[in-house]
Structures are given as C-alpha cells and as structure tokens.
Design a protein around this ligand. Structure first.
Ligand SMILES: NC(=O)c1ccc[n+]([C@@H]2O[C@H](COP(=O)([O-])OP(=O)(O)OC[C@H]3O[C@@H](n4cnc5c(N)ncnc54)[C@H](O)[C@@H]3O)[C@@H](O)[C@H]2O)c1
Length: 242
C-alpha cells in the first residue's frame, strides 16, 4: 500500500478545504503527483507548501470548461470533491441557487470527467472517484437542489462506469454522511443548530472525519479496487441504515 500512487498524476478538485484536502494529502503521501485545484487560493497554497514535493496548487473553477479542459489532461486519478450546498425546500429555492448548485456539483463533475477520460483511455486506464452525498440516496429536509445535484452525480458515475469499462477506466462514487468539515461548521451556524445536536442525531454519536472519507476515496482510486466500478459507497456512520 505504501507509495501505491508512485508515478501517477492526480487532480483533486475542492482540495483547499475539508474532504478534498484530506484526499489530496493521502494521495500525495501515497506517492502521487497531485494537482490541488480549488476556486479559492488560500487552502491550496497552504496545502502545497505543507506537502512540498511536486504538489501543485491550481486556481480552478470547475464550472469553467475552458479552464477545466487543460487541467484534466494527462491524469491517472481524478477525484471530484468540489461542491456547494443549498438550504431550502423547492418552493423557497431561487432559480439561481438551483443553477449554481447544479453548476458546481453536476456540471463541474461532468466537465472534469469529460476532459479527463480521453487521455485516461489513451494511457490505458485510470480511476475517477466522485464525492456525492447521502443526499443522493435519501431526502434531506430543506436541501432540494443539493439532493437533486448529488443524485445527478451518482447517476453520472454509473453511466460513465458503463461507457468506459472497456478502456480500463473505473468510475465510482462515495456518499458521505455528516462530516466535520469547514462546510458543516458554516452550515450549523447558518441554520442555528449546535454541533452537539448534530452529533446526537448520528447513529454513531459523532460526525465523520474528512480523513475517514479520504480513506474510501483513496481505496477506490487505487489498484486495490481493481474490480470495483460503478459502485456507490456510503460512509455515513449508519445514518441511512436507520
Ligand atoms: N461535509 C459533509 O458533511 C459532506 C457530506 C456529504 C458530502 N459532502 C461533499 O463533500 C465535498 C467536500 O465537502 P467539504 O465538507 O469538504 O466542503 P468544504 O466547503 O470544506 O470544501 C469544498 C471545497 O470546494 C471548493 N469549491 C467550491 N466551488 C468550487 C468551484 N466552482 N470550483 C472549484 N472548487 C470549488 C471550495 O472552495 C472548498 O474549498 C462536497 O462535494 C460536499 O457536497 C460533504
């Protein structure tokens, strides 16, 4: 398992914070050359300095096809972690919010995959891991746009897995439950809930950690998951089993 990504080039979107930063760190420790992509510079610059070696920060908006195309070229591993949320029921969701959420979560994932796959196929294969959410599997209250956009990520994952299985490209998704990331801390503040109340609602009595999600993403990206494609791995501390 040590240095299992040696000689491989990886792109992680949303690498500046939370789960994306944990995924990038694990891939780099595993020997990958990691491009740390995010729409905000702070996190990726700090992480690149921390990781050293050939980890590279890249200011990238996953909604922007012209910028995504060159960034997604020449990859062995693509981890789509960038995402944004929504906090309304459908009648309360302004159309711009629906479109923004889909632009980052669904279109952004589509664009990186679209531009990564041809080179992966030419190089004999590759692995794509998309971070969806339990919001794709169950209805979360007041998150209509977010749930729908993550459902799209899961459906896209399966479609890509089927289309590109013959090219050696594996495509999988993970569905995290509630993970202690800067995002969840912002959300808790926004909706006026305490972290303790959130913890109490989890079957395991605690939130997940970004590292626990990264563990699964890195497994799916590795040769250890050679027989795994089109799979959707739920990592939610029992939330959707309840
Ligand atoms: N934290 C959770 O509980 C949880 C649960 C399920 C799924 N997820 C998913 O995990 C992913 C990461 O979540 P997190 O909790 O680490 O959130 P986070 O907000 O801490 O990190 C998300 C990162 O994505 C970046 N980003 C946003 N829009 C972007 C764009 N257009 N282009 C490039 N980068 C962009 C942000 O700048 C940020 O650094 C998201 O896709 C989220 O939906 C999170």
């Amino acid at each position: 398992m040590e240095r299992e990504f040696e000689g491989r080039r990886a792109l992680v979107t949303g690498a500046g914070s939370g789960i994306g930063a944990a995924v990038a760190r694990r891939l780099a420790v595993g020997g990958a050359s990691v491009v740390l992509a995010d729409v905000r510079p702070e996190g990726i610059e700090a992480l690149a300095a921390e990781l050293g070696g050939d980890a590279q920060p890249l200011l990238l908006d996953v909604r922007d096809e012209e910028a995504v195309a060159p960034a997604a070229a020449g990859l062995d591993v693509l981890a789509n972690v960038a995402g944004i949320g929504s906090t309304q029921s459908a009648p309360d969701t302004p159309l711009e919010v629906w479109e923004d959420v889909f632009a980052v979560n669904a279109r952004g994932t589509f664009l990186t995959c679209k531009h990564a796959i041809p080179d992966m196929a030419a190089r004999g294969g590759g692995a794509i891991v998309n971070v969806a959410s339990v919001a794709a599997l169950v209805g979360l209250r007041n998150r209509a746009a977010y749930c729908a956009s993550k459902g799209a990520v899961v459906a896209l994952t399966r479609a890509l897995a089927v289309d590109h299985v013959g090219e050696g490209i594996r495509v999988n998704a993970v569905c995290p439950g509630t993970v202690d990331s800067p995002w969840v801390r912002r959300l808790v503040e926004e909706v006026g809930e305490s972290l303790d109340a959130l913890r109490a609602r989890q079957p395991l009595g605690r939130l997940g950690t970004p590292e626990e999600i990264a563990e699964a993403v890195v497994y799916l990206a590795s040769d250890r998951a050679g027989f795994v494609t089109g799979s959707v791995l739920t990592i939610d501390g029992g939330l959707t089993a309840a």
